[in-house]
Design a binder for this molecule. Sequence first.
Ligand code: CAA
Length: 258
Amino acid sequence: MSESLVLAETRGRVALLTLNRPKALNALNDALMNELGEALLKYDADDSVGVIVITGSEKAFAAGADITAMKDWSYMDVYRSDFITRNWETLRRVRKPVIAAVAGYALGGGCELAMMCDIVIAADTAKFGQPEIKLGLIPGSGGTQRLPRAVGKAKAMDLVLTARTMDAAEAERSGLVSRVVAADKLLDEALEAATIIAGMSLPSVLMAKESVNRAYESSLAEGVLFERRVFHSLFATEDKTEGTTAFVEKRKPDFKHR
Ligand code: CAA
């Protein structure tokens, strides 16, 4: 039996998914993306999980889509099979927070995968870039759209057109990553952040994620209105009663995630 391309385990209310194609620097082929999508949907539906962490190896989070596979594909192959949309967009359907814990290369589709996550925690060894132009291509999984939203047009153009990579410090300065940590602390920090979030009320967490994401899809007035409606709806949850009562009683809340 062939080894899984995505290793999955749970630690308390956190699911940890490890991309497992280290010899190919976690190049994202169809088999791996299918397995990742299945695991994401499984944990998104699992009430005992609150947060999902995706990580890679020390050397590479992921060095992009699989160039060896793409080499032989024609226009009609990718158009008819809807390459990328067919199995890369699953991550966008996940309602629970997803944290990318990135060490080493996050290039091309690897950078795009990280940008599709909600929080990016980078090791000081991380390198981000969209070097597809060197292959006679352009980013194909949202890189030309999410990168400018994250780092601004000036830096996005620089990265996409020159194919240069950005180290972890530059990525943090530019707003691409949430925090940078020492490489040997990466997983601990990512799991700690995940555990903190997983301890919050799940309805609040889902609605907070949905509301922040709205900022990218709507005007300020519409986004604020969306937030207001979601905020009001949380007054119907048991966890809101528990959270506010616990504060007043000076104790830790015991959220039931409903
Ligand atoms: N696809 C397929 N195989 C890859 C790969 C990729 N994206 N990246 C690395 N590999 C393979 C290499 O072919 C090599 O395999 P072999 O040992 O069988 O020869 C192995 O991983 C190790 O790679 P290197 O020997 O190249 O390692 P290095 O340390 O010298 O260089 C690197 C590391 C700079 C990341 C280099 O591997 C590289 O440039 N990789 C490609 C990066 C890239 O162009 N990514 C964009 C892909 S296109 C894309 O992602 C489209 C999209 O938007 C979705």
